[in-house]
Design a protein. Structure first.
Length: 240
């Protein structure tokens, strides 16, 4: 099974290095090949952080973000992967979640998405569990992190999961609209109840402030050591 992670990077080189370490861990799962397609916006500064042979890099201005993310998706087509995992460059996927993805892929699902996830604030060394959307207009909607799409589904989207227009923080909503039009064979994953781990790392530079969400529980950031290998957890906990 070959999976291509589609992402974009902007500033925060220390968080990008955490992301790469997480991908390197996934690449060690037996029977799985993982590559990355990333779009950067800082020229040689961001390109220099992507020298690994399993990363393909392209350059695009940071705004509009939808167009930047689509650039990474279009570039990802050349990897000829079986599935495409949409992530922020501040996201970490646990091996347990990846193995669950593979299970559902083998059951024939074209679209997998998360309903909840964990966060970590590198400034306050604070952990947070977010229980997912629950308002009348968005209950059960996918979280932004960790959407998995088949190659067939990417073909239907013409390799543009998002709209190219200026979207700011509305990328998730835009993609929901596209999925509603296509109606793929989909399955949701609830991290807490299914015992799997997906993490969004927050620092000084973020689109959304860490403490603005509802439906959350905060706890000591050392929870990372129960979710990830010790060396990886240590680096994230220390913020480097």
């Amino acid at each position: 099974m070959k999976i291509c992670i589609i992402t974009a990077m902007w500033k925060r080189p220390e968080v990008w290095n955490m992301f790469k370490r997480g991908v390197e861990r996934l690449r060690n799962i037996d029977g799985l090949e993982v590559v990355v397609s990333v779009t950067g916006s800082e020229g040689n500064r961001s390109r220099a952080l992507c020298r690994e042979d399993w990363i393909i890099y392209t350059e695009h201005k940071n705004d509009p973000l939808g167009a930047k993310m689509n650039e990474a998706a279009i570039q990802a087509k050349q990897t000829e992967a079986d599935y495409y995992l949409l992530m922020g460059s501040d996201d970490i996927i646990g091996n347990d979640l990846m193995n669950l993805y593979l299970k559902y892929i083998n059951e024939g699902y074209e679209y997998l998405y998360l309903l909840d996830c964990y966060f970590y604030d590198t400034q306050r060394k604070c952990g947070l569990y977010w229980g997912g959307y629950r308002m009348s207009n968005n209950a059960g909607h996918p979280a932004g992190i960790g959407r998995m799409l088949s190659k067939n589904l990417m073909d239907k989207l013409e390799w543009k999961p998002w709209y190219d227009v200026k979207l700011s923080g509305r990328l998730d909503e835009a993609m929901n609209q596209k999925m509603a039009e296509i109606r793929p064979k989909a399955r949701s994953i609830h991290c807490l109840s299914e015992g799997v781990f997906a993490l969004d790392i927050k620092s000084k530079v973020n689109m959304t402030q860490f403490d603005l969400w509802d439906n959350t529980v905060t706890f000591n950031g050392k929870f990372l050591f129960n979710k990830l290998p010790e060396e990886e957890a240590t680096r994230i906990y220390k913020g480097n």
